[in-house]
Design a protein around this ligand. Sequence first.
Ligand code: NAP
Ligand code: COA
Length: 267
Amino acid sequence: MSITVDFTDKTVVVIGGTSGINRGIAELFAEHGARLAVASRSQDKVDDTVAALRTLGAEAMGFAADVREVAAVKAGLQAVYENFGEFDVLISGAAGNFPARALGMSANGFRAVVEIDLLGTFHVMQSAHTYLKKPGASVVNISAPQAFIPMEAQSHVCAAKAGVDMVTRCLAMEWGPQGIRVNSVSPGPIDNTEGMKRLAPTEEIRQMTLDSVPLRRMGEARDIGNACLFLASELGSYISGTVIPVDGGWAQAGAGSMAQAMSKLVP
Ligand code: NAP
Ligand code: COA
């Protein structure tokens, strides 16, 4: 038996796709033949990513939008539809994070993260629905272990990502009858990312993180991309409403202890 994952003539939209894990996902789909659209707040990052995707041989476009602004998200997605047609795959991964205890952040700090991660995901999914291929589209939200593991200095992220996973599961119910599959992927600690720069900022915490992963290595953006490729392909055609950890086993125990160490860094 041989397995081929081929996204030739498929349109893949990656929101928050201009750096780190999400950009890695976009690049992996490009390597597998897809045409790509990416979006984030910074026009410079969008331009840079679109150029890189074209270098990989993909047809690519992008738009700058803040996922907190539903009108901007809608306008951007409409432009993608007008250029590329219906969406086969939607990846929603825009997020914000900083370590802060509940008493160490303002209400606006908590709100900013919930608005980007949770409301942003809802805006993206609701606005994209008109353009999703029915039947056949696959939506993947990028979640985090914070969705189900309570962590000090992460109440905002834990609340937001738990919400993301519930939106995933609810919309899998609502959109399943239209042939749209909706899943979350929950990455472990991924090397060379903004997320790890913020949560494991010292060599000591980085080492502790490594030791806390059962597979004893950090993940790479490609590991998350591979899970998205699988979910979006025929191989994942009966998978919907799930949250899939792609984390070397980290969520089983290590994620909590690493967060405990990280939380010592904030007052
Ligand atoms: P990152 O490089 O900072 O990626 C975040 C992306 O979202 C960027 O493209 C950013 O671009 C965009 N973005 C941020 N705020 C936005 C907004 N308000 N509107 C539109 N776009 C926005 O971080 P990362 O570490 O790779 O994380 C990517 C995803 O993986 C996130 O969902 C994160 O929660 C999840 N995750 C990461 C890790 C990890 O180890 N890094 C672990 C678990 C889960 P602009 O700045 O241009 O807006
Ligand atoms: N500790 C406590 N509060 C913090 C903070 C920190 N380290 N960093 C930001 N905040 C607060 C700000 O003080 C502000 O609250 P205030 O208006 O009451 O002062 C609030 O968060 C919003 O910050 P602001 O910088 O105005 O928001 P923004 O919308 O420009 O940025 C963030 C959103 C804060 C999430 C920013 O870190 C960001 O853009 N992150 C995207 C990249 C990222 O986090 N990548 C990792 C993904 S896992």
